[in-house]
Design a binder for this molecule. Sequence first.
Ligand SMILES: CC(C)(COP(=O)(O)OP(=O)(O)OC[C@H]1O[C@@H](n2cnc3c(N)ncnc32)[C@H](O)[C@@H]1OP(=O)(O)O)[C@@H](O)C(=O)NCCC(=O)NCCS
Length: 167
Amino acid sequence: MHIRPAAATDVPALTDLYNHYVVHTPVTFDIAPVSPENRRAWFQAHPETGRHRLLVAEDGDGGLLGYASSSPFKDRQAYETSVETSVYLAPGRTGRGIGAVLYGALFDVLAGEDVHRAYAGITQPNAASMRLHERFGFRPAGLLQQVGRKFDQYWDVAMLEKRFGER
Ligand SMILES: CC(C)(COP(=O)(O)OP(=O)(O)OC[C@H]1O[C@@H](n2cnc3c(N)ncnc32)[C@H](O)[C@@H]1OP(=O)(O)O)[C@@H](O)C(=O)NCCC(=O)NCCS
C-alpha cells in the first residue's frame, strides 16, 4: 500500500468510491450520486499544502483503496483552525487496517499545520468508524438526533472532536 496526495487522475475512481456510499448507505447524507465535476471541484479545494488535504491509498497496481480528507468545518473565518475529517475505503477493502493507516498519515500531515480542532460526524450506527476515531483521540462532542433523512428514515449523527496538542 502506498499513501500520497490525491491527483487529478484519481477523480474518476474517487467519484465511484464515494457514490457507492451515497447510493447504498447512510454514511454520507448526499442522496443522489455526485458527478465527476463535483468531485473535481472537491479535489481542487484540497491542495498539497495547508489545512485542507486529500490523501489516497493505492495498492501495488495503482488501484484506489481509499481516501482521507480534511475540509473546512464551516466557512466563517473564525472557524479556520477547525477542520472536518473523513475517511472512506473502497468497498471490500474495509476491516484490514487501511483506514487506520490513512487516518494516521492525514493526522501526521495536519500536525504540521495550524489546526486546533478536528470534527467528524458519524451517522449511527457505524462501529468501525467510531472505533477508528476513538483510536485517533476523538471524543464525543454531542449527538444530533434524527438530523438527517435518507432512505425514508431519520438518522442520528454522533459529533466527535479531536484536540490537537492534547490527547
Ligand atoms: C470506517 C472505515 C474507514 C474504517 O477503516 P477500516 O480499515 O475498515 O478499519 P480498521 O481495520 O483500520 O480498524 C479500525 C478499528 O475499528 C475496528 N473495527 C473494524 N471493523 C469493525 C467493525 N465492523 N465493528 C467494530 N469494530 C471494527 C478495528 O478492530 C480497529 O480497532 P482497533 O483500533 O481497536 O484495532 C472503513 O470501514 C470504511 O471505509 N467504512 C465505510 C465508509 C465509512 O463509514 N467511513 C466513515 C465515515 S464517518
